[in-house]
Design a binder for this molecule. Structure first.
Ligand code: NAD
Length: 390
């Protein structure tokens, strides 16, 4: 979306034919999906119609699912026709990573897209509704396991912590019957993040009844729950009516099928975000892998970087069309804010630590800015977050 709206800005009307292919008629804010999954935000609020934000004179929108990318043949095959191109931007987003752990694909739910998020919300409500009508009550119906304490896991837990008391009231369930357990493989929550902020987050979530099992990888999922490894030969089974897997992401599998060299469906792109050896195929967002030379580690696949990549790619394509040179993409990292529900958050912004309502306010501003960058003030008015004083 960022590439298209910026191409519309930087290219004259007749300079190029822009085609945007997307499998849904809507775009969703993937960074808001955890709210739809917890039920603290309606799933319709995290998405908007693509046609409402693009300029239909400059861009042709095609609703189609991409089935194959042929870089050598310069064509993209979809379920709605084959498209040839001079320049291609691959921005196909993420898929959940299950690391081959048995049972996860089948029995765990993943906050993967709008439909999956809506399903998780309804699944949890279904468990609560059933528990209240069951004559013989199985309290494990009310146990929710969240696999992974990265940013997705923690943001989802923050929403759940606020939502569960509402669910208990709605479905006549005593709060003490509900267990929410976060299982993390690493020895800490939010591995690598500022320890003081992590301790703030864990304290706040624990005070709302979230349990943490740290240093205990999930090794198997079954229809009844998950098996976690607690020691060399020590395993524990957590019986749970809901298992949500939030333990990592990978790029889109179409990348692997395309034959482009990749690592877990992510392409190690050149400095101008093109595929190595090609000057007309760009890969951006969660499917792109870029090394931060200061740390010698990959940049994390974040919305902040993805949006900047979209803007940079539009400028580079405009240059190439004029026979100009591409420019190296350098991310401008402003910080990270992790919400803990809609009334609390932690973060590091411009090098300063923030917590509580101030951090929460910043998070909502970040979310509104993302809408503004694509759809201007009218999209912010329609889908923005205005409960900023909460
Ligand atoms: P992640 O990879 O950042 O975190 C996954 C977590 O799961 C890790 O802590 C890992 O140790 C754990 N894990 C892995 N295998 C496990 C196992 N078998 N059992 C238990 N735990 C296991 O993934 P994510 O949280 O989905 O985030 C993906 C990317 O999106 C990251 O780059 C993140 O920074 C970004 N993100 C950012 C924000 C934000 O800025 N607010 C929000 C969400 C995601």
């Amino acid at each position: 979306m960022m590439t298209v709206v910026n191409l519309q800005k930087v290219l004259g009307t007749d300079a190029a034919d822009i085609t945007l292919i997307n499998k849904n008629e809507y775009h969703y804010e993937s960074t808001w999906l955890h709210e739809a999954a917890a039920g603290t935000l309606l799933s319709d609020q995290v998405r908007y119609d693509i046609k409402d934000v693009i300029d239909s004179v400059k861009t042709k929108f095609v609703q189609a699912t991409v089935e194959a990318i042929d870089v050598a043949g310069k064509k993209v095959t979809t379920d709605n026709g084959v498209f040839t191109y001079d320049y291609l931007v691959i921005a196909l987003g993420f898929e959940g990573e299950t690391f081959g752990i048995p049972g996860l694909d089948k029995y765990a739910l993943s906050i993967a897209n709008v439909k999956a998020a809506r399903y998780i919300r309804e699944h949890i409500e279904f468990q609560f509704a059933n528990w209240s009508t069951d004559s013989v009550k199985d309290d494990s119906r009310l146990t929710i396991v969240v696999g992974g304490a990265g940013f997705t896991g923690i943001e989802f837990l923050g929403e759940l912590a606020n939502r569960v008391p509402e669910l208990c009231k709605e479905f006549d369930v005593p709060r003490e019957k509900v267990r929410i357990v976060c299982v993390e493989a690493a020895p800490m929550v939010l591995p690598g993040f500022d320890p003081e902020l992590v301790s703030y987050a864990v304290g706040k979530l624990e005070s709302k009844g979230i349990e943490f099992s740290i240093g205990t990888p999930v090794v198997e999922a079954t229809p009844e729950g998950v098996n976690i490894k607690k020691g060399e030969d020590h395993f524990e089974f957590i019986k749970a009516g809901t298992v949500v897997w939030a333990a990592g992401i990978r790029g889109n599998r179409l990348i692997e099928e395309s034959g482009i060299e990749n690592m877990r469906a992510r392409v190690k792109v050149d400095k101008d975000l093109t595929v190595p050896g090609s000057d007309n195929v760009f890969v951006i967002g969660d499917c792109a892998l870029m090394i931060n030379e200061e740390t010698n580690r990959p940049y994390p696949p974040t919305a902040q970087i993805a949006m900047q990549q979209g803007e940079a790619t539009a400028k580079n394509i405009a240059e190439l069309i004029k026979d100009g040179e591409t420019t190296e993409f350098v991310p401008d990292l402003k910080g990270t804010v992790c919400s803990l529900g809609d009334d609390d958050a932690i973060g590091v912004v411009f090098g300063k630590k923030v917590t509580g309502k101030r951090a929460s306010f910043m998070k909502k501003m970040i979310d509104n800015r993302a809408l503004y960058m694509v759809g201007g003030p009218s999209l912010v008015m329609k889908k923005g977050k205005f409960n900023v004083l909460k």
